[in-house]
Design a protein around this ligand. Structure first.
Ligand SMILES: [Zn+2]
Ligand SMILES: [Zn+2]
Length: 640
């Protein structure tokens, strides 16, 4: 959040005419994702770099934030690698010339030369506006957003200038150039397909920069999601925390003073705990608002258990107004939001936050009823979700081998449509990207991931979070990250084209063989899921079986890996560094067939062969710092 309230008010009055004109005429330029149908001309006689020299300066707002600073750094450092010379970065107050400037964020020069008040009605979070004025380039996004759009605008500028593409942290490609023209950006908005894009897994958790380069949203002080995940009873009104209600007899813990605020097992809140509970919860939000002044998303959460409160008061409330547990949760959160928003209005005017609750296990069903004409409406006024309330729809039961709107996922889809109907699409979708019982077998959402995103988009959902293993794993983790992040940014792209593009960049000469392996795998899954075990596509489905992976199939897969390694042999002498890197990348994926040989087909191998396989497995498992065979389980005797 940029604290420019005063400017905002004045500028809105001054610029409202200009603003309306521009956005009326610019509306056609709105895009979902970058790179599509974008025609860029150049400014004749002007250059960002000429013969390796640049006359440009990057300017940032005086109070630049994390994303703007990172954007400036990424832009100048990458251009330096491509051209050999570094552009300097200054703040507004240090800017000496108003010519040949790349302005990032809401700078003073922006007000002077562009003069638009960008609105979050037009530019969603992560989106940006780009315009060339004279010989200056401007990239900015609306105030009171995270400014991540400025960073993504920079990546698009780098793509235009030097064919920049981020495949993985060890595979960043761009073209070396000495001369780069000044592009004539006509003034348009670029919006991503989804405004919140999360891939939740160990590699992203440990590497914020890679996360940003994939254009993912990372739970951070500038973005939000401070209380990611399950955290209601534990972080907001925790049974063991000191009670702060101030009522008669206050002292001791929340549970001691207000046992009826919690379910009997103390694992969930009792959503009918009443106004004092709501006040206590709102106060906790307010504490976080102060602690994280730039964050947008605040998660109320819910514990990771199936149980919920079953007190008489909750039962009666379900009859009276709530319909179900989901309704109880919404009704209570609506009240909490009223209190928290009143505080914001008074203390941080202009700041808009988004509140999030799970629809998960006991609260998955939406509190709805059908009218006589079949329209889906909230069960009562009390359970109509507040305009600032987002539902994090988390169907852990879903089958990923089939689309969300297929018969096999009918329940999941129907509940999802119900929530969408009563929230106008103010939802986040929680998807899964791994089988938690089989970290060494690829999860087969290759053919369904894009369609699932499309179903979300169709229902108005603009935020997607996809969870994979919380430890390092193989199974095309790098490729999945690149492809999925790419689609979440621009859903017009093709899953398989992205796969091919990634494989060519990442496996180079070995790409055709890795692709063949990928196809063999998909064929096997298609057969198995359609004819043997349709439930194999759930996150705990049986996919580590010799019916799915008979020895004959493993031999076919291994042939592809042999060919892959042969194809890079030529680098052993000519480019040992490349040879070493490619060998590791190939072997990381080969761990899957090796693992299946060790666990399913040991009888086919002599003791000597088996020991050799095991040694190879152990070597690469350690090299790639893989620690789990499935969620919460180490490798046992496989690493003896
Ligand atoms: Zn108290
Ligand atoms: Zn209750």
């Amino acid at each position: 959040m940029k604290k420019k309230t005063i400017f905002r008010v004045i500028a809105s009055a001054l610029c409202s005419v200009l603003f309306c004109c521009c956005f009326a005429s610019c509306a056609d330029n709105k895009q979902n994702g970058s790179g599509t149908d974008k025609e860029i001309t150049v400014v004749a006689g002007e250059y960002l770099y000429q013969n390796g020299v640049s006359g440009y300066t990057v300017v940032l707002p005086n109070e630049s934030n994390y994303y703007e600073d990172l954007a400036a750094n990424e832009l100048t450092m990458t251009l330096e690698k491509a051209t050999g010379s570094l552009i300097s970065v200054v703040k507004d107050s240090q800017l000496k010339t108003k010519n040949r400037v790349i302005s990032l964020g809401h700078t003073e020069l922006w007000d002077e030369q562009v003069g638009l008040v960008l609105s979050s009605d037009d530019i969603i979070d992560s989106g940006y506006y780009i315009k060339t004025v004279g010989n200056n380039i401007f990239i900015s996004c609306p105030d009171y957003t995270s400014s991540s759009g400025v960073l993504y605008g920079v990546y698009d500028l780098l793509e235009d200038a030097i064919d920049y593409e981020f495949y993985a942290k060890d595979e960043i490609q761009f073209t070396k150039k000495k001369t780069i023209p000044l592009y004539n950006y006509s003034g348009y908005i670029v919006n991503p397909s989804f405004q919140l894009r999360n891939l939740v897994h160990a590699e992203m958790r440990d590497d914020t920069l890679t996360c940003m380069r994939y254009r993912l949203s990372y739970p951070s002080a500038t973005y939000g999601f401070i209380n990611w995940g399950h955290g209601q009873a534990s972080r907001y009104v925790k049974p063991s925390a000191p009670c702060t209600c101030g009522l008669d007899g206050c002292g001791g813990t929340f549970y001691q003073h207000h046992p009826d605020w919690f379910s009997a097992d103390r694992r969930q809140l009792c959503y009918t705990g009443g106004p004092e509970l709501e006040k206590a919860a709102a106060e906790k939000f307010i504490e976080y608002f102060k602690q994280y002044p730039d964050a947008t998303y605040f998660m109320f959460g819910q514990e990771d258990v199936v149980s919920h409160c079953e007190c008489d008061r909750c039962k009666q409330a379900m009859v009276d107004y709530a319909g179900n547990q989901g309704g109880l949760q919404v009704a209570m959160t609506n009240n909490v939001i009223e209190i928290a928003n009143a505080w914001l209005e008074k203390n941080q005017p202009g700041r808009k936050v988004k509140y999030i609750i799970y629809a998960y296990y006991g609260t998955r069903k939406a509190p709805i009823k059908k009218t006589e004409t079949g329209e889906i409406v909230p069960y009562s006024d009390e359970v109509k979700p507040h305009d600032d309330l987002y539902i994090f729809y988390t169907p852990i039961e879903m089958n990923y081998a089939f689309q969300i709107d297929s018969d096999i996922n009918a329940d999941v889809y129907s509940d999802m449509c119900d929530w969408s109907a009563i929230t106008d699409g103010r939802m986040l979708m929680y998807l899964y990207d791994v089988n938690f019982h089989a970290y060494f077998v690829n999860f087969n959402n290759f053919t369904t991931a894009k369609g699932m995103y499309e179903t979300c988009k169709k229902l108005g959902i603009s935020c997607i979070s996809s969870q994979s293993a919380d430890s390092y794993v193989s199974c095309f983790r790098e490729m999945r990250s690149y492809v999925e992040a790419g689609l979440l940014w621009d859903l017009n792209l093709s899953y398989n084209d992205l796969v091919k593009k990634f494989m060519n960049a990442y496996y180079k000469d070995a790409a055709p063989y890795l692709y063949e392996y990928y196809e063999i795998m998909r064929d096997r899954f298609a057969y198995y899921q359609n004819l043997v075990n349709p439930k194999a596509g759930t996150i705990y489905g049986e996919i580590q079986t010799s019916t799915l992976w008979p020895n004959s199939v493993i031999i076919k897969i291994e042939e592809q890996f042999d060919l892959a390694l042969q194809s890079i042999q030529k680098y052993k002498e000519t480019d040992p560094t490349l040879y070493d890197m490619l060998t590791k990348r190939i072997m990381k994926e080969r761990l899957q067939p090796i693992y299946l040989k060790l666990t399913l087909h040991a009888s086919y191998y002599s003791a000597e062969e088996y020991a050799e396989l095991k040694a190879t497995f152990k070597y690469y498992v350690n090299l790639f710092m893989l620690t789990e065979i499935k969620e919460g389980h180490d490798f046992g005797n496989l690493l003896d």
